[in-house]
Structures are given as C-alpha cells and as structure tokens.
Design a protein around this ligand. Structure first.
Ligand code: ADP
Length: 381
C-alpha cells in the first residue's frame, strides 16, 4: 500500500525482518514492485537450512558433516550422532539469530538437547524440525561476501571474520580475516562466486562457514546485506547498497573480479543498548550523543540527543567501523574512535570493546568462536 500511495517503484529492505521474507518479496513481485534483493525463490531455498545445505553441497560448496536432512526422532538422532561422532549440535531447520541450537557433548546429553532444541524451534519459528551436525571444537566464523547480477555473473568480495560472538551473535567483525591467506581466499571465493553464478543469484549474499584446520564448512547463506557489510565496503572501496540498487534496475555489476583488490584492514564493533556484565537490554532516553570522526572512521547510527530507544527491537543502536592501512593501524584507530564516542543516558557495550582491545589475543587475532564467551566467564569469575 505504501508503494501504491507514494508511487515508489522499488523497496530496499535494509537487513531487518523484511529482507529475508519470501512472502513479502512474492507480494512485491505479484504487484510489479521491484524488491532490491534476491528472488523469493532464492530466499526460500536458503531460508530453510536443510534445503540450503543440500543446495550448497550440490553447488560444490564444502559442508559440515551431519544428518541428511531433518532428524525425525531420537533414535535417528542417536544413530547419526554415533556416525559423525560427538560432540554434535542440534539445529532448527527454520533457525536464525542463534536460536534453536543445542550442543550434546555425549550420548547421555543427546535426549535433552534434542528435546530442548525442538521445543525452542517450535516456540521461536513455529516449526520443530531439527537436523544434526558435527560440533566443531575451535572453529572461526568466516563468511564470504558474494554479489550476483541475476544473469549468471557473480563475484566474491573476500571474507569477514566474525568469530567474536556471544550466544552465537556477532559483536566484533573484521576484514580481511587475520588467518586467511590470499590462496585460501581465492579458492573459497571462487567456489562461492561460481555457486551463486550457477543459480543466477541477484544482489548481495553471504555464504557463512566455520573454518578449522584450514578447512571450510558451510553453515548457511544469508540472502541479504549483512550488518557487518561496511568492513567489506571499506577494504574494497565499493558501496554495496549502490550496487544492489544498480543490479535491481537491470544494470551490470560495476566491478569485475579483477577490479576487487583489498586495501588495508577494517573492523566493526556493534554498539548495543545493553547493561554489562549481563548484557541485559537497556532501552531509554539518550541524554547526550557524540559520534567519533576523522580519517577511516565511519559511524552508522540514527542516534541523536533526546532520542528514546524503544524496548521492542534488537538492541543494536550503532556500528562503529574503522579502516586502516593494516590491522595494527585499524586497532589503534578503533581505540581512538571508541574513546571519542559518547552515548549518555543508557548503558552500552562500549566498555566491552575498550576491554577487548587491551587483550593480547585480540591484538594478535588469535581467537575462535568460543573465545569471547570463555573470556566473559573468566571475567565474571
Ligand atoms: P543462525 O542462523 O541462528 O545465526 P548459524 O547456523 O549461522 O545460525 O550458526 C550461528 C553460530 O553458531 C555460528 O557462527 C557458530 O558460532 C555456531 N555454530 C553453528 N553450527 C556449528 C557447528 N556445527 N559447530 C560449532 N559451532 C556451530
């Protein structure tokens, strides 16, 4: 209705709940309104994690060992877990946002993990189908940015390392990944670009992997722009949103694979309205806001003095992105920018990043997906 009233010809969904809603995209397609993003069909395929994994496999993308599709009952769960070996992770087919995932370290824990994952999946997504994967012990979360023109051409824009997570939610992201070599990047990047080209994918997409001992294991594909896309924009000097609008309007990609050369290093930290150390949501009124600036500093936020953060949504209120010639420079710039940033009136995650920057493992890039939770637990104890 909003499009009909205003005469808008296209919708950019951002990266919120409309960005991966196939029903919404279908409604637009049916009314001749352009969706700036992939087709409803591609969203559907990738929105169902089992279908996504099968599709990825058939396109030549390496996947995590696990069940072939959904696991109907505990007996099957036990058989699969025995085959792939413990620990295993039970995941909701319809999952997202880190919900509906349970780890079982051994057979004794399987029944409860299986039941809890199903119940959580049912409550969160209205669908209790789950599947099983090998639980990787110390992987990094590495995701590949891809971009297709919808006509069978696609490129990759390297990786982002998003291993620093709390409750499977990213808090700190960087590009390029501190442990990914140019060869590894070219190899996995080519596989991903070819895969999305094969399905004539249109627009921005991210293929997420766990990376352990030099191997990539597909976990899911996000058929949208991601929260952490600015680190990729920074190192490649491209505007991904502009590119999304261009391809949606039928234009070709404005860059080739050879044009995409990495320049320096970028880091994003997520500023959440949360009270440490529990990370409890902390909505309320901003009494004073001051954004950092200067060379290589980007602050993406809609905050202003007097703004009231409503309690109804995600607690992300800003993203601070820094870009430097190399990783040490980006880290230094992040430290400086964080100390300039002022958000008064509510509690935020800013102090968390000050503390993280003082850690040697963060300075050297030596962390896996479990590092942050372990560090937070140690901090509490
Ligand atoms: P969601 O869609 O809910 O974000 P993902 O499948 O992307 O779920 O997984 C989110 C995070 O959960 C990963 O980044 C990783 O930290 C953890 N995870 C998922 N699958 C596995 C696995 N097989 N082994 C270890 N950790 C995993």
């Amino acid at each position: 209705s909003a499009c009909e009233i205003t005469g808008a010809q296209a919708i950019h969904p951002g990266y919120g709940f409309l960005s991966e809603n196939a029903t919404f995209v279908q409604a637009l397609e049916d009314h001749g309104i352009t969706f700036i993003g992939p087709t409803a069909e591609h969203i559907r395929i990738m929105g169902d994690k089992i279908t996504a994994k099968e599709t990825a496999k058939s396109l030549g993308i390496p996947v995590v060992p696990g069940s072939d599709g959904g696991v109907p009952d505990l007996a099957v769960a036990k058989r699969v877990a025995l085959e792939i070996g413990y620990p295993v992770i039970i995941k909701a087919t319809a999952g997202g946002g880190g919900r509906g995932m349970k780890v079982a370290a051994e057979e004794a824990a399987l029944e409860s993990a299986f039941r809890t994952a199903r119940a959580e999946a049912k409550a969160a997504f209205g669908n209790d189908e789950v599947y099983i994967e090998k639980y990787l012990q110390r992987p990094r979360h590495i995701e590949i940015q891809v971009f297709g023109d919808g006509k069978g051409h696609a490129v990759h824009l390297g990786e982002r390392d998003c291993s620093l997570q709390r409750r499977h939610q990213k808090v700190f992201e960087e590009a390029p990944g501190p442990v990914i070599s140019p060869q590894k990047r070219a190899e996995i990047g080519r596989i991903c670009a070819e895969a999305v080209a094969k399905i004539s994918y249109i627009g921005a997409g991210t293929i997420e992997f766990l990376y352990e001992d030099g191997e990539f294991y597909f976990i899911e594909m996000n058929t949208r722009l991601q929260v952490e896309h600015p680190v990729t924009e920074a190192i490649f000097g491209v505007d991904l949103v502009r590119e999304q609008i261009r391809v949606a309007d039928g234009y070709p990609l404005s860059f080739t694979q050879d044009d995409l050369v990495i320049n320096g290093h970028a880091i994003e930290v997520r500023i959440n309205a949360e009270r440490l150390p529990t990370f409890a949501p902390c909505p309320g009124k901003i009494t004073h806001y001051h954004a950092p600036g200067g060379l290589g500093v980007r602050m993406d936020s809609a905050l202003y003095d007097g703004y009231t953060i409503p309690p109804y949504y995600d607690s992300l209120i800003g993203k601070l992105i820094v870009h430097g010639r190399d990783r040490p420079e980006a880290l230094m710039r992040l430290k400086r920018a964080l100390s300039e940033l002022i958000v008064d009136g509510i509690d935020t995650t800013i102090p968390l990043f000050h503390a993280l920057l003082a850690e040697e493992d963060i300075q050297t890039g030596n962390y896996s997906i479990h590092w942050l939770e372990k560090w937070l637990a140690r901090d509490a104890g």
